[in-house]
Design a binder for this molecule. Structure first.
Ligand code: SDX
Length: 428
């Protein structure tokens, strides 16, 4: 017998079914609430207590600092898998066999040419344009060059769209960065792995061969895995709701890129480095910035700290912090802002304000230090987050469409003026 939840309102009581997930999470199914109570709805700004869907892709437990992709622990995937395997796992639900992975990679590689006219759109942007704005526009524009990617109702049609964007998105990422740096826009090679190809497209100089550094490949591969999905975060929820109107995959992804750009979300990785640089320029006085973060009259927040779900360490932050030490040591880089970051973390973890609010370092706190060590410009950090999150967005969009979920359309409680007569302008 499944559990029921009872709600009493207006002198009546109502029963609602309770949904139990495979990790024993409980959700009250209120889909009949408004009709059975003659118009009563719930109110939950920021959806802090509201589930938008049932999903089989990613599980996270914020209290315990747990993150699983399709049942596999993030720690094991970061250690043992490579990014393309995780892409396949998130989208199709199982780790690929060797032949499945080979075909998947082949299909992606043979969809990785972008129409030359896309360069004309890129050329229209000033060099000062933020790469996230450029990437969002180019991703949306891809629809015009791939019109069959819009009306995808069959799994086969979806697959074609999926390998198209997995092939073309890294090209857009590389071209966005190189345009800003005044470098020629090139391609990698179908003889390279997915991540190796990204690095070659981003960093190969026109007058010399590009030598792949295995440390850099491994570091980027790990970072992309750690960013690949995170259940119903802000940008993923945006992709789902855009896709729920049956908008095409590419434009749904473009809406996710827009949401990710915000400094409270994916834009935090850039904001963390800018904050650490400001602290360094200010003489390394972390206490001053801690005070600002706690001052309610000061809009400053400790970027890279806090999380809507994690009220414990973000498991990704732990892995990235360890990787930051390893990558900088392996590359022989001394980066003073890593020490500032560690000092800030230590202070915050001992400060009552942060302890009481359960504010811990999140995925964005250390990731920028590795991107910097890999030679990636600061303004490109959130673009790298988007490259990692692409498979998660795709997986969630596909799940939403295959589950034939209804168009997303929340209700509201109106608190504006009640009906009043129009007054002609001469009488106002
Ligand atoms: C990502 O959702 C996801 O899964 C996101 C993500 C993913 O993989 O998709 O994990 C990626 O977006 C990570 C978060 C990156 N953002 C930042 O690092 C920006 C700094 N962090 C905050 O702005 C904030 O912590 C959020 C936005 C991340 C979460 O905000 P919530 O859940 O809405 O919490 P809140 O704003 O209600 O804060 C609760 C309290 C408040 O104080 P009180 O009103 O209770 O006194 O904590 C305070 C806040 O002022 N607080 C902070 C703080 N974060 C929260 N105070 C100082 N510095 C901070 N960073």
């Amino acid at each position: 017998m499944s559990e029921k939840a009872t709600l009493a309102i207006n002198g009546k009581s109502y029963e609602f079914p309770v949904v139990k997930g495979t990790e024993d999470e409980l959700g009250i199914d209120i889909s009949s609430l408004r009709t059975s109570t003659d118009g009563v709805i719930t109110l939950d700004p920021g959806f802090k207590n509201t589930g938008s869907c049932e999903s089989a892709i990613t599980f996270l437990d914020g209290e315990k600092g747990i993150l699983h992709y399709r049942g596999y622990g993030i720690e094991e995937l970061a250690e043992k898998a490579d990014f393309l395997e995780v892409v396949y796992l998130l989208i199709f639900g199982e780790l690929p066999t060797e032949s499945e992975l080979e075909k998947f990679h082949y299909d992606i590689q043979h969809q990785s040419i972008v129409d030359e006219d896309v360069k004309k759109i890129l050329d229209a942007f000033p060099k000062s344009a933020h790469p996230m704005g450029v990437l969002c526009s180019l991703t949306s524009a891809l629809t015009a060059f791939n019109p069959t990617s819009v009306d995808v109702r069959s799994e086969e049609a979806m697959y074609k769209s999926i390998v198209k964007i997995l092939g073309k998105f890294p090209v857009l990422v590389a071209w966005t960065m190189r345009k800003k740096m005044g470098l020629p826009l090139n391609y990698g090679s179908t003889s390279l792995g997915y991540v190796e190809n990204v690095l070659q497209m981003m960093f190969r100089q026109p007058n010399e061969e590009y030598t792949l550094n295995p440390i850099v490949v491994e570091a980027l591969d790990k970072l992309l895995i750690l960013h690949a999905d995170h259940e119903q975060n802000c940008s993923t929820s945006t992709v789902r709701i855009a896709g729920s109107s049956h908008a095409g995959l590419f434009v749904s992804l473009a809406s996710g890129i827009s949401a990710l750009w915000g400094p409270l979300h994916g834009g935090a990785n850039q904001a963390v480095i800018e904050m650490l640089e400001a602290i360094k320029a200010d003489g390394g006085d972390t206490k001053k910035f801690m005070a600002k973060a706690k001052d309610k009259n000061d809009p400053f927040r400790l970027m890279g700290f806090g999380h809507r779900v994690y009220k414990n360490f973000d498991p990704r932050a732990k892995i990235i912090k360890k990787a930051a030490d390893e990558v900088l040591a392996d590359l022989g880089i001394e980066d003073p802002i890593l020490e500032i970051a560690k000092g800030l973390e230590k202070e915050a973890l001992e400060d009552p304000y942060f302890v009481e609010r359960k504010l811990y370092p999140n995925v964005d706190f250390y990731s920028g230090i590795i991107y910097r060590a890999l030679g990636i410009p600061t303004e490109m950090f959130t673009v790298m987050f988007a490259l990692g999150r692409l498979p998660g967005w795709i997986a969630q969009w596909r799940e939403m469409r295959l589950n034939k979920e209804p168009i997303g359309r929340p209700r509201q409680i109106y608190i504006g003026k009640t009906l009043r007569p129009f007054i002609p302008v001469e009488k106002r």
